[in-house]
Design a protein around this ligand. Structure first.
Ligand code: GCO
Ligand code: MG
Length: 395
C-alpha cells in the first residue's frame, strides 16, 4: 500500500480549520488537523508543499515519514512546520488504526485510565459572575475550572479599539499592575464560596515579567491552584527559576513551545509541573508521546492546550494520548457547535468531567468535504495588545 494524495481542506464552520485527508491506494484514508489560530492558510500552503514528499511512501512507516517531513530541508522546526507534520502524523495513526480495526489509543498501548479529567473556562466581570460561571461548570460535572476576571489581562482590559480597517485585528489595552491586583482577591473569594473540592486554574497568557509573575504566583499559594498557566513568555524560560524560588503554586507552560529541546532545562531543573503543548502543534501523536516520556522521570505531567482553535480532530489526538500515558495531568476542554460536528464527525465525548476517546477504529472520525466547502475560509486575527500609552505590549 502507498499514500496517493494528501487532500488539504481549509474550512470555516464557525472558525477556521486546516484539515487533511491522507489517501491510500487501497481506499483507506486518515484524517488530521494542523490548525494554528490566525495562520490556517499558511499551514495549508505548507501541507500542499510537503505532501509531494510522501506520495508513494508506505503509510505504515509513521516514524520514518515524521523524520522525512522534519529533515527534508535545511529549514525546519517552528509552529508552521510542526503543525503540518502533526496533521499528517494524526492521519497516519488514523489509517493504522483503521487497518488494525482498533482505536488509536489501543495502538499506543491501551488505556491507563478510563477517561481524561478536563477543565472548562469560567469568567465574569466581577467575583459573583465568575462564581456563577464556575458553578455552572460544577453542575455539569466538571472537576476542574479555569477562572479569569474578565478576558486575558483582567476585567480592566475591556477597552478594545477596532482595527484600522474592516478585517484588521482590534487592539486591547493592558497594564500589568491592575491585573495582578485582581487575581488573588478573586481566588480568595472563590475558595470562600466554592471551597477547595473543585480544582481551580488560572491563565496569565504570558502577560508578565519574571518578577511580576513571581509576585503573582506567591500571592496565589494559599489558594492551592491546580496550575497557574503561561505566566511567562516561552522566549524567557530562565525566568521560571525566580518564580520557583518564591512560590509553591504548580506551573504550566508550553502552548507555543514546539521543540522537545526547549523543554530540557525546564524538566531537568523541575521548573514547571504541566506541559501545555498539544499533539497538534508539535508534530502530532508521535512527538507528544516522546515529549511526555521525556517528562515522566521528572514527575512533570500533561495539561494539553484544548481551546476552540484545536478542532475536534486535534482534540481527539490529545485525548488518545491522555488516556494512555502514565503522566497524564489534565485536559483543557471545549465542546464544538453542531455545525462543526457535522463537518467533522466523531468528536470525543465528555461526561461528568472526563473526556473519552471514540471507540471506532483509528480516530473514529471523518470530514464531510462537500459540507466543508460550503463554509469557506475567512481570514481572521487574534487581537493586538498595547499598553495604555500606545506601546506594543512587551512582556
Ligand atoms: C488557552 C489559550 C487560548 C489561546 C488560543 C490561541 O489557554 O486556552 O491560552 O485561549 O489564546 O488558543 O490560539
Ligand atoms: Mg492558555
Amino acid at each position: 500500500m502507498a499514500i496517493t494524495e494528501v487532500k488539504v481542506i481549509l474550512t470555516c464552520p464557525g472558525r477556521n480549520y486546516t484539515l487533511v485527508k491522507v489517501m491510500t491506494d487501497q481506499g483507506v484514508y486518515g484524517v488530521g488537523d494542523g490548525t494554528i489560530n490566525g495562520n490556517e492558510a499558511t499551514v495549508a500552503q505548507m501541507l500542499s508543499h510537503v505532501s509531494e514528499l510522501i506520495i508513494g511512501h508506505d503509510e505504515d512507516r509513521i516514524g520514518d515519514i515524521w523524520q522525512l517531513l522534519f529533515h527534508w530541508g535545511y529549514w525546519r522546526n517552528g509552529p508552521i512546520f510542526r503543525a503540518a507534520i502533526a496533521a499528517i502524523d494524526m492521519a497516519l495513526w488514523d489509517i493504522k488504526g483503521k487497518k488494525a480495526g482498533m482505536p488509536v489509543y489501543q495502538l499506543l498501548g491501551g488505556r491507563a485510565r478510563e477517561g481524561a479529567m478536563v477543565y472548562g473556562h469560567a469568567h465574569g466581570r466581577d467575583h459573583a459572575e465568575v462564581e456563577d460561571s464556575v458553578r455552572s461548570f460544577i453542575e455539569r460535572g466538571y472537576k476542574a475550572v479555569r477562572a479569569q476576571p474578565g478576558p486575558y489581562g483582567g476585567a480592566g482590559m475591556l477597552s478594545r479599539k477596532p482595527g484600522r480597517r474592516e478585517g484588521l485585528p482590534p487592539t486591547d489595552y493592558f497594564e500589568p499592575e491592575p491585573y495582578m491586583r485582581q487575581v488573588a482577591p478573586l481566588f480568595d473569594y472563590l475558595r470562600n464560596t466554592i471551597g477547595f473540592d473543585t480544582h481551580l486554574l488560572h491563565d496569565v497568557h504570558e502577560q508578565l515579567t519574571p518578577i511580576q509573575a513571581a509576585w503573582l504566583a506567591q500571592s496565589l499559594d494559599e489558594y492551592m491552584l491546580f496550575f497557574l498557566e503561561d505566566c511567562l513568555r516561552p522566549e524567557y524560560l530562565e525566568g521560571f527559576r525566580l518564580i520557583r524560588e518564591k512560590s509553591n503554586t504548580p506551573l504550566a507552560i508550553g502552548e507555543i513551545i514546539h521543540s522537545r529541546e526547549q523543554w530540557i532545562m525546564l524538566f531537568r531543573e523541575q521548573l514547571i509541573d504541566y506541559i501545555r503543548t498539544p499533539p497538534i502543534h508539535i508534530g502530532g501523536i508521535t512527538e507528544a508521546i516522546k515529549l511526555c516520556t521525556l517528562a515522566e522521570p521528572y514527575q512533570i505531567k500533561s495539561g494539553f492546550h484544548g481551546a476552540g482553535d484545536i478542532g475536534p480532530i486535534g482534540q481527539a489526538a490529545s485525548v488518545s494520548v491522555d488516556v494512555v500515558i502514565p503522566n497524564f495531568g489534565i485536559q483543557e476542554w471545549v465542546g464544538f457547535s453542531d455545525q462543526i460536528r457535522e463537518v467533522i464527525t466523531g468528536a470525543c465525548e465528555m461526561r461528568d468531567g472526563y473526556a473519552y476517546p471514540n471507540e471506532a477504529p483509528g480516530l473514529g472520525m471523518d470530514i464531510d468535504e462537500e459540507l466543508a466547502a460550503k463554509y469557506p475560509y475567512k481570514p481572521a486575527w487574534m487581537p493586538l495588545v498595547r499598553r495604555i500609552d500606545g506601546t506594543m505590549h512587551v512582556y
